[in-house]
Every structure is written in structure tokens, then in C-alpha cells.
Design a protein around this ligand. Structure first.
Ligand code: SF4
Ligand code: SF4
Length: 307
């Protein structure tokens, strides 16, 4: 090593240290101030280059148009936190034949109460999508359900947005059976049960009325994912390690800067593929910490303008 290089190597750390003496440290004053959630600031992995790009390890974002449903992320997480479940999207439908639908439209006792009970059991669903097509009818001013004419009858869609689960029979047990139990108490008989991974149905009958409740897989229409299988993530289990991002061969999973996802309900911590597909919204930060003096306040406002 030459003398010049030795001097350079000695002075470089001194220079770095001195440089920072004149820089005033700045602490982000969360929750009044937040670092913006830019797409490239979350943790990402490039499988071709084998490089993980440093970034925030907050909740994931799923690019559904890239996901093939291969399940690598699920397999990886099984050895870590078992937070990922590969899920299909399902619709829950009341299937009425022509006669039953006519009776329903004429408000015949019995069938109306049955449909009402089933619709009511889904009214607590978080409804972000409102269906208001020509084939819809208004159940109540704020509560619409889609009615579709099909061969031999009509289908009334009970859920407002896809219900994601691993198997149709699980949806039947969790979503339909509670209402069916009430109907059984009102004299309805449960006549038939078909249960499989992608569809499940029950037949209910009482006196002159017979209709089906059907759980049916939704074809999401992504060419690269013909099985319409996407990961859901349970943030009650996830430890934000990022290994699922590393394991995805198609860069369909990334992490974001969103870390404020606490909830008082375990159920709300399960993020479905459509929830994961939404990028975190831009932070809407208002107010300033009361302990700041005028100069610090001005500085914070200036930083917000720059961000
Ligand atoms: S980040 Fe969460 S979901 Fe992904 S592998 Fe780690 S624990 Fe599992
Ligand atoms: S997110 Fe990636 S690893 Fe997971 S199923 Fe989709 S393509 Fe496969």
C-alpha cells in the first residue's frame, strides 16, 4: 500500500465523521409525520439477479396479474409462520326456480322469510362493491343484491365481493350454515349436500318451496392463473420476514411501508388477495406535534411540501 493510499484511508473516515457534525439529525415525528409510501420503497426481490432490494417490511402488496398460483410463497411460509393460505374466490348464490322466484316476487310467506334470513346473514359483510346493474333489485335502499336470470330460474348473489377461502365447503360451513340453522328452526329441511373444493350446495325445502344455496368458485380471468388461486395472508401470524417475497419466482409479491394494520379482530387481520392487491393509500397526515417550537413546525411543513 502506497503512502498516498494510506493517507487517503486514514482521512476518509475522519471526513465522514466531520461531515455529520454539521448535519442536524432529524427524527420522523410519527404519527404526525410519516415517510411517504412509494412503490419502490418496500422490500422487493429480483429472482433473476438473486438480489433483495432493501426496503420497508410492512404489509405485502400482491400483483394479481403476475401471480400464477404456484404456491411457492405458501410453501415457504409453512416453515416460518403458516401465515399464507392459497385461496379461491367464491360467490354464494340462492338459486330459485321460476315458480319459487314468482312466489318470492309476490311476497309469499315462507320463501320471503327464507331469502331474507340468508340475505341478512351476509349484510355484515364488508361491502366495498355495490352491484347496481339492470338485473339488480333493491333489497333495501342501501343494500343491493344482484339477481341474474339463468336457465330454469334466477340466482341471487348474497356476497358483495368475492369470499376467499381454501375450499367451498369451508364457506358453506362458515357463511351459510348459521342462517340454515335458523331456517331449520322455522321448519325448513336440509335435503341435500354437495361439498367439494370448488363448489358446494345445500337444498332447502318446506311445503311447496324448494331452493338451493350454492357456493361457486369465481373464475378471476387471469390467463397466467387458470385455477384462480391466490395467496391470502394472516397478519395475526406473519412475522414480516419477507421470505415469501424471496420465494416468489414471478415478482408477484412485494412488501410496503404500511405497518399500521392492527385490529381488535383476528378475522380482520386476514388479508384476502383483493385486499393485498390494493397498494396502501398515501398517508393523509395533518396536525403537528404540540411540543414543537415555531422553527421546528416550519421545518416539518417544509418537509411535507418536499415529500
Ligand atoms: S413475510 Fe409473513 S407471510 Fe411471508 S414468509 Fe414471512 S411470515 Fe410468511
Ligand atoms: S405470489 Fe408468487 S409464489 Fe405466491 S402463488 Fe403467486 S406467483 Fe406463486
Amino acid at each position: 500500500m502506497g503512502i498516498a493510499q494510506a493517507i487517503k484511508r486514514t482521512l476518509m473516515p475522519v471526513y465522514s465523521g466531520l461531515k455529520h457534525v454539521f448535519l442536524k439529525p432529524y427524527t420522523v415525528k410519527w404519527p404526525y409525520e410519516k415517510v411517504p409510501n412509494l412503490p419502490e420503497e418496500g422490500y422487493r426481490f429480483d429472482p433473476k439477479a438473486g438480489i433483495g432490494y432493501p426496503g420497508s417490511k410492512g404489509r405485502h402488496v400482491l400483483y394479481m396479474e403476475k401471480c400464477t398460483g404456484c404456491g411457492s410463497c405458501d410453501l415457504t411460509c409453512q416453515n416460518i409462520a403458516e401465515a399464507i393460505t392459497m385461496t379461491h374466490g367464491f360467490d354464494v348464490l340462492i338459486v330459485l326456480d321460476e315458480g319459487c322466484y314468482e312466489s318470492f316476487k309476490r311476497s309469499m310467506p315462507g320463501i320471503v322469510e327464507a331469502v331474507e334470513a340468508l340475505v341478512g346473514s351476509f349484510s355484515a359483510e364488508p361491502g366495498r362493491i355495490e352491484y347496481n346493474s339492470l338485473s339488480s333489485f333493491f333489497w333495501a335502499p342501501t343494500d343491493t343484491r344482484q339477481v341474474t336470470k339463468v336457465e330454469g330460474g334466477y340466482e341471487i348473489r348474497l356476497n358483495r365481493e368475492p369470499i376467499f377461502d381454501a375450499r367451498a365447503v369451508e364457506v358453506l360451513h362458515q357463511k351459510v350454515y348459521p342462517a340454515v340453522e335458523k331456517l331449520k328452526a322455522a321448519g325448513w329441511e336440509l335435503r341435500k349436500l354437495d361439498a367439494a373444493t370448488e363448489s358446494a350446495s345445500v337444498e332447502l325445502s318446506r311445503q311447496d318451496f324448494t331452493f338451493n344455496v350454492l357456493v361457486r368458485k369465481i373464475e378471476m380471468g387471469y390467463k397466467q392463473n387458470r385455477r384462480s388461486l391466490f395467496p391470502s395472508i394472516d397478519y395475526g401470524r406473519c412475522v414480516m420476514c419477507g421470505f415469501c417475497v424471496d420465494a416468489c419466482p414471478f415478482q408477484a409479491l412485494e412488501m410496503t411501508g404500511e405497518f399500521e394494520i392492527s385490529s381488535t379482530s383476528r378475522r380482520e387481520l386476514v388479508y384476502t388477495p383483493t385486499m393485498l392487491a390494493k397498494r396502501p393509500e398515501d398517508f393523509n397526515v395533518t396536525g403537528v406535534p404540540p411540543e414543537l417550537n415555531m422553527i421546528e413546525r416550519m421545518r416539518m411543513i417544509f418537509r411535507r411540501l418536499v415529500w
